[in-house]
Design a protein around this ligand. Structure first.
Ligand code: GRF
Length: 200
């Protein structure tokens, strides 16, 4: 059983999927950088300890990152899952948890990195978009890719219908990636994440 810490800023529907589909892991704490994040209530409903850590309460980015590291270490997390966490983490944070931080992105990376990816892909007119789960490195959405799933953009698609399809895939793909990690089946070689067969 591995210990997962989840970082959120918003609704926390991915957090919910990670809680609901836990198999081989336990969500041991949830940290939000926004007091109003809906995901905090979801965590509380499951009796998971929650913390609000706001950048504005700290003198520097480093001090903010340091507090996140302290809380995650105290909870002895094996994996940090970013689930709609709207802040880029500093170098020290990434170095501290290297290979142990995952993120979910609502597009097929490296296309449409950064914020508002669903809308950017839709407005661009791509015929295919999708979802990516990746390990986090120092860049923005640039780390080694764990899983991706493509989603077609239909003729009649609206931004709302596309967002809905993407979220549904996210809620399946993120728990799947965490399961592979929890089973010790992921090995990163350079930019490539290799997947081992399960031990039967
Ligand atoms: C998701 O679309 C995720 O891909 C992106 O932020 C959104 C978070 O949604 N990084 P939620 O808070 O999990 O509902």
């Amino acid at each position: 059983m591995i210990r997962v810490g989840v970082l959120i800023s918003g609704e926390g529907t991915n957090l919910q999927a990670i809680i609901d589909k836990a198999k081989g892991w336990e969500v041991v704490l949830v940290i939000s950088n926004r007091q109003e994040a809906g995901g905090l209530a979801r965590a509380k409903r499951h009796n998971i300890p929650t913390f609000v850590v706001k950048q504005s309460d700290f003198p520097s980015r480093e001090a903010f990152d340091h507090e996140l590291i302290r809380l995650l270490d105290e909870a002895r997390v094996d994996l940090v899952a970013l689930a709609g966490f709207m802040r880029v983490l500093g170098q020290k944070f990434v170095a501290h948890f290297r290979g142990r931080i995952m993120n979910i992105h609502p597009a097929l990376l490296p296309a449409f990195a950064g914020t508002d990816a669903i809308e950017k892909a839709f407005r661009y007119g791509t015929k295919v978009t999708g979802v990516t789960v990746h390990f986090v490195d120092e860049g923005v959405d640039t780390g080694p890719i764990v899983l991706q799933q493509a989603i077609p953009v239909e003729e009649e698609e609206t931004l709302e219908s596309l967002a809905e399809k993407i979220h549904q895939v996210e809620h399946k793909l993120y728990p799947e990636a965490i399961r592979l990690y929890a089973e010790g089946r992921l090995r990163t070689v350079g930019r490539k994440v290799k997947m081992k067969e399960p031990n039967l």
